[in-house]
Each structure stands twice: as structure tokens, then as C-alpha cells.
Design a protein around this ligand. Structure first.
Ligand code: NZQ
Ligand code: ZN
Length: 387
């Protein structure tokens, strides 16, 4: 196990009606809030009204940025930065899923930066002095509510890129499982895949002696196996929604990466190229790419880790590592299929005609992946096998 520092300063307010604590929390940081949300789900579920009441009751003035789309665009970020500057905003409150939270983080980073917001995802600028932000999460998936990452799309250049800074970790996040009751089957399934995929990215990575981290990762995978299907069938099952919600935060707050040099993250890099061009739901893209990546990087050397997952998560009793690994990968595919996620790019009408450019862009900053290093030829091969 490698040395590490682990510090997650985000305060989690978990459970029913926890939204009633946001006024008190926000007042620790500011009094002029930018309230950000997406296409209207927060109004349908009554969350918007609850939040507005809280702000009013606590004498907090607020301005709004609405209409943030899934795969959030840098144009929304620029709009938000303008509102913040014009109105001397000192706190951002994001209510919604990962897209709303990510756009809000990018706004927070850019308000006090003397350049364009797209500089951060392009790694041309480092986050300094961001506005503080808080979140009320409505979808179990990205972990954005407890990490410092944001993923932003640029329609003009057809790029989707991540930015990360510990300074962007939310000050607090409200996780009330009842807000996720209204998430439809497709996004519930995509969110479950995303959570599992975050676990895979740090689990299938170089390093050893991390028994406890692996055991946590395996528990989170089992949580998805147990509760994903229940949430699909019984959307208002509190236990299922609560377990998925907390699993999502734990899967990508840094916990499972502790003690390791790095995660793999090639699959996410490849999926981001797919959704950058085709605006596909992130989790649906991962359901296609992750099993293909697993098969592609499976060798005698990597087989033991895949076999470990097969045995500990899927209860596969095969003694031979390579055979167990293959059975484990088949089990992952079968589980994603059972969630009615797409299995191939052609299932979502994505053709192969941009694969060259996508492979180059995925490796824009150099080779990707750590379990196996991948160059553009490898990325092309993975996309081709996913067709
Ligand atoms: O726009 P609204 O009306 O809110 O509808 C959203 C959206 O259509 C809807 N939704 C959210 N909560 C709902 C709800 N519908 C009904 N009831 C609710 N309670 O769901 C749709 C998808 O929302 P979105 O925020 O896009 O989903 P998700 O949370 O999966 O976020 C995906 C984005 O996060 C990025 C992805 O690439 C993608 O852009 N990621 C962010 C990461 C991070 N910050 O750490 C890591 C991830 O790997 C990922 O890349
Ligand atoms: Zn993801």
C-alpha cells in the first residue's frame, strides 16, 4: 500500500428533509447565491420550492441559472460566470444531478479567473480561489457531490473534458433519497452502471496490498448488484435508493483510490469521446465500453484481478484465473443487459465513422490507462469491438 493523504471536507447531510439545513450551512460562506438547476425535474419533485423557501426564510438573496443540460456545455458555464460577476455572487447552490453540479463547479472556478472557462478542462489554467458551492443531489451516479471533479462539453469543438481540484469539493451536499424516487428507469440504470464503472476504474489499477480498499470496492459493486434492480422495479423503495445514493458518493470521493498510485480511467476517457460527439448518456456509454475494455486488457498478468472480482462479487467458483476472469466479465455484461442498458454502439445508432478522430482525441494528453497503457490504435480497436 502506498502512502497517502485522505481529506474529504464535504459535509454530507443524508436523509429525509435534510434540505431544511441548507440555510444554516450556506450562511457560513455567503449571502448572495447563484441557484443552478437543469431542465425542470427539480420543480416537478417540489425540491425547487423547498430550496427557495429555505433561502427566503434565511434572508439569503439568490439569482438563477436554469436549463443546464446533461453533458453540460461550456456555454452554460460562461452564462453562469456572467451572472455571478454581475451580481456579486458569493456562493453557488447546485440542485440536480452530476451535470448541474459539474457546470456549477466550472462556474465556481472561472468567476475569479481572468480568462475563458474552457481553459480549465483544457488544462491551460489551474483552479485558484473558486467560489464555495453546495449541492442538493437528485440522482445517484457521478459522485460529483463529494469530489472535486467536473466534466464539461464544448459543442463547437466536439470535446468533453474533465477538470479537477480539491478546492472544488462541495462544502456540503444534501443526499435525500426521496429526491431520487422520480429518476426514470433509464437514468437509474445508467447511474448504477456509472457507480460500478467508477469502482472498476480504481480497482483494475496497478498496486497491491490494498485489501481493505478492494474489499470496500467489492462491497460497493455488490450494493449496485443488489439494489440497482430493486430501484428499477420499485422506484420509491427508500432502502434501495438510499444505498445507491451513498454508494455513488463513496465510489468516487477518493476512498477507493487511497494507497494506490493511480486509477486506470481509460474507459471514462473513451466514453467521454463518444458522448462528446453523440450526446449519449454517460452511464449508457460506459455499459457499452467497460466490458469491451475488460476483455481487451485481459492477459495472463491482469487475469488474477479480474478473477478476484469474479469470485468475490459474482460468486464464481472457477479455480483457474483466466477462466474465472472471463466468466466475471461475462457476468458484468449480463448484469448491464439485465438493466436494459445498450451493449453495443450500434444499439444506440452510433456508427464507426469518427473512430479515428475519437481515438486521437482520447489520447490528446498522451497515452491513457494504467492497468494497460493505451495508445490511439488501442482506443480505435476498443471502439471497433464495441460497434
Ligand atoms: O435536467 P433535469 O430536468 O434535472 O433532468 C435530469 C437529466 O435529464 C434527470 N434527473 C436528474 N435528477 C432527477 C432527474 N429526473 C427525474 N427525477 C430526478 N430526481 O436525469 C437526467 C440526467 O441528469 P445528469 O445530471 O446528466 O446525470 P448524471 O448525474 O449521471 O451526470 C452525468 C454527467 O456527469 C459527468 C458525466 O460525464 C455527465 O456529463 N460525470 C461527472 C463526474 C464527476 N463530476 O465526478 C464523473 C463521472 O464519471 C461523469 O463523467
Ligand atoms: Zn462516470
Amino acid at each position: 500500500m502506498q502512502n497517502f493523504n485522505f481529506h474529504v471536507p464535504t459535509k454530507i447531510l443524508f436523509g429525509r428533509e435534510k434540505v431544511n439545513e441548507i440555510g444554516k450551512e450556506i450562511k457560513k460562506y455567503g449571502s448572495r447565491v447563484l441557484l443552478t438547476y437543469g431542465g425542470g425535474s427539480v420543480k416537478k419533485i417540489g425540491l425547487y420550492d423547498q430550496v427557495v423557501n429555505q433561502l427566503k426564510e434565511n434572508g439569503i438573496s439568490f439569482f438563477e441559472l436554469s436549463g443546464i443540460k446533461p453533458n453540460p456545455r461550456v456555454t452554460s458555464v460562461r452564462d453562469g460566470v456572467e451572472i455571478c460577476r454581475e451580481n456579486a455572487i458569493d456562493f453557488i447552490l447546485a440542485i440536480g444531478g452530476g451535470s448541474v453540479i459539474d457546470a456549477s463547479k466550472a462556474i465556481a472556478a472561472a468567476v475569479n479567473y481572468d480568462g475563458d472557462a474552457w481553459d480549465f478542462p483544457m488544462q491551460k489554467a489551474k483552479v485558484k480561489d473558486p467560489l464555495p458551492l453546495g449541492t442538493v443531489l437528485t440522482l445517484a451516479a457521478t459522485g460529483s457531490e463529494m469530489n472535486g471533479n467536473a466534466v464539461i462539453s464544448n459543442e463547437e469543438t466536439q470535446e468533453k473534458r474533465g477538470m479537477a481540484s480539491n478546492a472544488l469539493r462541495p462544502k456540503f451536499s444534501v443526499l435525500d433519497p426521496t429526491y431520487t424516487f422520480s429518476v426514470n428507469k433509464y437514468h437509474t440504470a445508467a447511474g448504477t452502471v456509472d457507480i460500478m464503472s467508477h469502482i472498476f476504474e480504481n480497482y483494475f489499477a496497478p498496486g497491491n496490498g490494498t485489501f481493505v480498499q478492494d474489499a470496500i470496492a467489492e462491497s460497493i459493486m455488490k450494493t449496485c448488484l443488489k439494489y440497482g434492480p430493486i430501484a428499477l422495479e420499485e422506484p420509491e423503495n427508500y432502502e434501495a435508493r438510499a444505498n445507491l445514493l451513498w454508494a455513488g458518493s463513496l465510489a468516487l470521493n477518493g476512498l477507493t483510490l487511497t494507497g494506490k498510485m493511480m486509477g486506470d480511467w481509460a474507459t471514462h476517457g473513451i466514453e467521454h469521446e463518444v458522448s462528446a460527439i453523440y450526446d449519449l448518456t454517460h452511464g449508457a456509454g460506459l455499459a457499452i465500453i467497460h466490458p469491451v475494455w475488460m476483455q481487451y486488457v485481459l492477459t495472463e498478468k491482469t487475469a488474477p484481478k479480474f478473477a478476484q472480482m469474479a469470485r468475490n462479487v459474482w460468486n464464481i467458483e472457477e479455480p483457474e484465473d483466466m477462466k474465472a476472469a472471463e466468466d466475471g466479465i461475462k457476468a458484468v455484461r449480463a448484469f448491464f443487459n439485465s438493466l436494459e442498458m445498450p451493449a453495443r454502439l450500434s444499439d444506440v445508432d452510433i456508427p464507426g465513422d469518427h473512430f479515428d478522430a475519437m481515438a486521437e482525441k482520447a489520447c490528446y494528453f498522451g497515452k491513457i490507462g494504467s492497468f494497460k497503457r493505451l495508445d490511439p490504435k488501442d482506443v480505435y480497436a476498443i471502439l471497433d469491438k464495441a460497434l
